[in-house]
Design a protein around this ligand. Structure first.
Ligand code: MG
Length: 391
């Protein structure tokens, strides 16, 4: 029996994790849940899963909860997230938080020697150097939940690190593949949220539409698999059947294929090193007919290029890229800025950044605060300058 803590249990990955857990009640037990502020879903999950500990990350919402959930410890805020990630009875921590807020709980889980099923790529982008160091020092295991990284993890099983020639991360291209930057200026939030292949939360769905998601994944892969960014390629594959590939020294390429359903990588991260059965239908190659490939379009989707630039420059640039993007995406979802403003804001904040050494958590958190403030300032300027756009 594996005891599981789910950070971000009301989000898309959290709900799909619970789906998987419920299919194998004799293997997995949820003992901790954490939500940002969705009390309604949390209460349903408490009634159904009977955890020992829950965390409400939004302290204001947490202080407003007067109810007593019998037998359940309720903790607020970041400290609550860190305590749950290090809880002595937890075997696996699923970090499915959204955004840079995931970094401290990730470090807490690694420090406590937990198996960390990582769906929060932002923690790897912002603090990759620290995460890597803590994983190596503490001997903790990181099991990637992101479908591409889960695929690469499976392709690398039994292989030698120094025989890897290249990682090929596949991308669907998002809902706006083939459009020009000019055409992208007028796309709506609703159009951007309609991802052609994957069911995901709003933040990652917008990141998929700008291709920033793929950029964050390149940085995540660099730290997770200890591969230089020059050996990581992005390949657009609209059917999303190949979830990623690894090329080796002898020219052999291993690919991971499967249905586009996040419950597969989630389940593998939970069951690793075992494989459990799946309720999904088998992949029908005849029905699929063909798999196609094309180069990513970094001219009209500049965010992917900015992510490569951030990892090339190193230091605190990836943390800045990540937070500026987070603020810009939130503003787009709130209909305060245009879709194409997202990449402009990321570039502007990166241009102003004076990089620092990224091996200290305090420095990363400071730099994130700076980048957040800069991004908000630009967002306010853009808002003032384009009133007609706001409906
Ligand atoms: Mg992914």
């Amino acid at each position: 029996m594996k005891n599981i803590a789910i950070l971000g249990s009301s989000g898309s990955i959290g709900l799909q994790t619970i789906d998987v857990v419920k299919r194998f009640p004799d293997r997995f037990r949820v003992i901790g849940l954490a939500v940002h502020r969705n009390i309604k879903v949390l209460e349903e999950q408490i009634a159904e899963l009977k955890p020992k500990m829950v965390v409400i990350a939004d302290e204001q919402v947490a202080s407003g909860v007067k109810k007593n959930y019998s037998g359940v410890e309720v903790l607020p805020g970041m400290e609550g997230l860190e305590s749950l990630a290090a809880h002595p009875e937890v075997d696996i921590v699923i970090n499915a938080l959204v955004g840079s807020v995931g970094l401290r709980p990730t470090l807490s889980a690694l420090k406590a020697g937990k198996a960390l099923a990582l769906a929060n790529k932002e923690s790897m982008v912002a603090g990759g150097a620290i995460v890597k160091r803590m994983r190596n020092e503490g001997g903790a295991t990181i099991l990637p939940v992101d479908s591409e990284h889960n695929a690469i993890f499976q392709c690398l099983a039994g292989e030698k690190q120094d025989e890897v020639k290249r990682l090929i991360i596949t991308a669907s291209g998002g809902p706006f593949r083939g459009r020009t930057f000019k055409e992208l200026e007028s796309v709506t939030v609703e159009e951007a949220l309609a991802h052609p292949r994957w069911t995901m939360g709003p933040k990652i769905t917008i990141d998929s539409a700008t291709l920033m998601n793929k950029g964050l994944e390149v940085i995540e892969a660099h730290w997770l698999f200890d591969i230089p960014y020059e050996k990581i390629d992005v390949l657009v594959h609209p059917q999303s059947i190949i979830h990623s590939m690894v090329e080796f020294e002898d020219g052999s390429i291993k690919a991971h294929l499967g249905q586009t359903d996040m419950r597969i990588p989630i389940q593998y991260a939970l069951s690793y090193p075992d494989r459990l059965d799946s309720p999904l239908p088998p992949l029908d190659f005849i029905e699929l007919g063909k798999l196609t490939f094309e180069a990513p379009d970094t001219k009209n989707f500049p965010c992917l290029g900015y992510a490569f630039e951030a990892i090339r420059l190193g230091k605190t640039y990836p943390a800045v890229l990540n937070v500026a993007n987070e603020e810009a995406v939130a503003a787009f979802l709130d209909k305060k800025i245009k879709f194409t403003d997202i990449s402009d804001i990321v570039q502007a904040v990166m241009d102003k950044h004076m990089p620092e050494d990224e091996t200290d958590l305090g420095i990363i958190l400071e730099v994130e605060d700076w980048a957040r403030a800069e991004a908000r300032q630009i967002i306010n300027l853009k808002r003032g300058g384009s009133k007609s756009f706001i409906s």
